[in-house]
Design a binder for this molecule. Structure first.
Ligand SMILES: Nc1ncnc2c1ncn2[C@@H]1O[C@H](COP(=O)(O)OP(=O)(O)O)[C@@H](O)[C@H]1O
Ligand SMILES: [Mg+2]
Length: 288
């Protein structure tokens, strides 16, 4: 069944109501604090929630000029970026930097990319941005199956700090190692109770996806699912966002980390799960 033709048992949450809920329930200062990735990572650290280390924060051209030593591998991202835009994941080999999709960049390309970020090219609604150089995280082997590239993440949609819907966002060469659906990552809906896969969809659907297509065993469960839900809930709580999209990863050591929290989470998660957010949010009203 196509992603846009799925008939919900309940009406899906539409963009207008989603925007209204966010305006009404997410305080402006909490939204701003979450958008500033470097700052929010400090909030996470203060609350004992692991996040990737920031190696450098680059604010202007002179910071770029001063950058002499780069680690063997790292990730560059716009501090106020979204949707995976402007994210570069690389590993150095001799004089070149290679991405998970095997693209090659020179040091001058990397500097050029940093300049674009500080010029605000990847960041909506702001004039200039900072570039973050972050430690590169490798995924837990438990989440790496066929066609995987880069770092898959788990998006947990929280309402009033209650995890209501979740999906694995499976990064591939097509998404150039990034786990954003808008970049072409594949969404795998998750059963909130068990962490098992419910439905699989991608934005530009060409395949009828099944776990088997990716070589995922039928009895697959996201490891440490209970703890992931707890960390997502805790992250939503410390963010002060009533509507929060928490991006969780399991690193190669099996440790749970939080990449970021989104104060304007997307609603495609409903299509991935074939389940209405309206229905899920009403469940929270019932609990609280
Ligand atoms: N430190 C990292 N190491 C490896 N991959 C990363 C790292 N940070 C981000 N990524 C990849 O890029 C994607 C988007 O990163 P994120 O920080 O959530 O920014 P955005 O706001 O653009 O979604 C992640 O889902 C992941 O696939
Ligand atoms: Mg993200």
């Amino acid at each position: 069944m196509g992603i846009n033709t799925f008939m919900f048992r309940e009406r899906p949450l539409g963009m207008n109501l989603r925007n209204y809920l966010i305006r009404d329930l997410n305080p402006e200062d909490a939204v701003a604090r979450a958008r500033d990735k470097a700052q929010f990572k400090r909030v996470l650290r203060e609350n004992g929630i692991p996040a990737p280390l920031t190696l450098y924060e680059i604010s202007d051209y002179s910071d770029i000029a001063r950058l002499r030593t780069l680690p063997g591998e790292f990730v560059i991202k716009p501090n106020h970026g979204m949707g995976g835009n402007g994210i570069l994941v690389v590993k150095r080999e001799d004089d070149v930097f290679i991405s998970p999709a095997n693209e090659r960049y020179t040091l001058e390309d990397v500097r050029g990319h940093l300049r674009k970020i500080v010029n605000g090219e990847f960041s909506d609604n702001i004039e200039r941005d900072q570039a973050l150089i972050e430690e590169r995280i490798y995924p837990s082997p438990d989440l790496v199956f066929r066609y995987a590239a880069g770092l898959p993440d788990i998006r947990v949609f929280c309402f009033r700090s209650v995890p209501v819907m979740a999906m694995v966002r499976y990064s591939t060469e097509i998404s150039r190692g990034r786990a954003n659906l808008s970049q072409g990552a594949v969404g795998m809906g998750l059963d909130m109770m068990t962490g098992g896969i419910t439905h699989i969809h991608a934005k530009k659907e060409t395949e009828d996806y099944t776990p088997d297509f990716f070589g995922i065993p039928a009895d697959f469960r996201v490891p440490r699912w209970e703890e992931i839900r707890t960390v997502a809930s805790e992250t939503a709580r410390v963010s002060g966002l009533s509507v929060a999209g928490v991006d969780v990863v399991l690193n190669s050591a099996g440790q749970i980390m939080v990449l970021e929290v989104n104060g304007h989470p997307g609603i495609e998660i409903q299509n991935i799960n074939e389940r209405s957010l309206l229905e899920a949010l009403q469940g929270v009203h019932y609990i609280l």
